[in-house]
Design a binder for this molecule. Structure first.
Ligand code: MG
Length: 384
């Protein structure tokens, strides 16, 4: 953007869905890509290193065999190499890493005063309070890339936090919400992966089917917009083109609408506070019905479990997220039933004692504790 210093881009999680879409947006905007990071050494990251010869490249995990070749010699290995990329001065760091490994680079980006375009949910779930202190001490910018939070941030731009009565996150409802006839005890992995509107990775598809993804987004909204949990509502909106709404104290409601395309919130994070043309399909309003309904909280208990973990604060959200990651993996492996995902997460939340998150080590220890408690709960179920 003209005159804005943060035009060069670092892409963390470059080979994932957010990473690839970010590179697409960056290419269209003619932005320089100065850094690329991925979790492991793959053909994809080596290809990207070739496509972006100016970019420094970091890979979090050491390869099993020594690497050769001119491109591979350009690659730095280890989590500290990924965090170092996030510290590249005066850049926009897009964090599309999946998992708690995304927290440290988020903190590094904000501590260095960079713009953090955040798609890594674990940064706020595992270390929300740490992210907010890094933002304050480093003077960086935190711009959400999730479609719901991108919508809310656009609706509240220029408004004061006191002017907000509540925010309303929209949820597609996943494949089961509109089907009360389906017995959730018996749904298969393939049924649960069939998301009606968004084409996403496996974990987030399952999290959408349980509504756990929306529970995470409630917690993220609490941190991003300094809102009480009582000010955050969820509605089911199967059309998925109202990306979220904000109601103000005078009763005015603002919403952000558009076709479901993640390149839109990504571009918003890269061009903020300006706007640039994008190839997004225009929204067709003619004959479009705005349909909203209340979530079925009894059939989808993940939502209230998320509010409970959020209100507990401290390590609650970290444990919620880590236990869910383990439970979803067990469901995908057909070791537990769909309805057991939330039961495993609830049992992990009661097994791990509440505690504060004051350091990165606390956050990572809470993640590990949530994981261990969920694993134990799954093993107990298998032996019953
Ligand atoms: Mg979302």
């Amino acid at each position: 953007m003209d005159g804005h210093p943060l035009t060069s881009i670092i892409v963390l999680g470059a080979t994932g869905s957010i990473g690839r879409q970010t590179l697409d947006v960056a290419d269209r905007l003619d932005r320089a890509v100065l850094g690329l990071a991925s979790g492991s050494l793959s053909k994809e990251i080596v290809d990207l290193a070739g496509r972006y010869p100016e970019a420094s490249v970091a890979v979090a995990r050491m390869p099993e065999r020594p690497v050769g070749g001119a491109i591979e010699r350009r690659i730095e290995f280890g989590p500290e190499a990924v965090a170092a990329l996030a510290r590249s001065p005066e850049t926009t760091v897009v964090n599309g890493i999946v998992g708690a490994a995304g927290l440290e680079p988020s903190l590094a980006a904000l501590e260095s005063g960079n713009r953090l375009a955040l798609a890594n949910k674990e940064s706020l779930l595992t270390g929300g309070s740490l992210v907010l202190s890094a933002l304050e001490s480093g003077g960086g910018e935190l711009i959400p890339v999730d479609s719901e939070h991108s919508a809310i941030s656009q609706c509240i731009e220029g408004e004061s936090v006191e002017a907000i009565r509540r925010v309303i996150l929209t949820a597609s409802g996943g494949p089961f919400h509109a089907r009360p006839d389906i017995d959730l005890e018996r749904v298969s992995v393939a049924d649960a992966l069939a998301h009606p509107t968004w084409d996403m990775g496996k974990r987030i598809s399952i999290d959408s089917a349980t509504l756990m993804n929306k529970a995470f987004e409630v917690i993220e909204a609490h941190f991003l917009f300094s809102l009480d949990y009582a000010q955050i509502d969820v509605v089911i909106h199967p059309g998925s083109f109202v990306h979220s709404l904000v109601e103000f104290v005078d009763g005015v409601v603002k919403a952000e609408l558009g076709p479901p395309d993640m390149r839109k919130p990504i571009q918003r994070a890269l061009t903020w506070p300006g706007r640039m043309p994008a190839p997004t399909e225009p929204i067709d309003l003619m004959g479009t019905a705005l349909t909203f309904s209340a979530p079925d909280r009894r059939r989808f208990p993940a939502l209230d479990l998320g509010y409970e973990a959020g209100r507990r604060g401290g390590n609650g959200p970290a444990v919620l997220n880590a236990a869910d990651e383990v439970a979803v993996a067990a469901f995908l492996d057909r070791r537990i039933r769909f309805t057991e995902i939330v039961e495993v997460v609830a049992s992990a939340l009661s097994a791990v004692p509440p505690g504060p998150i004051s350091t990165l080590a606390d956050a990572l220890a809470s993640d590990a504790a949530g994981r261990a408690a969920a694993t134990e709960s799954i093993v107990r179920r298998a032996s019953r």
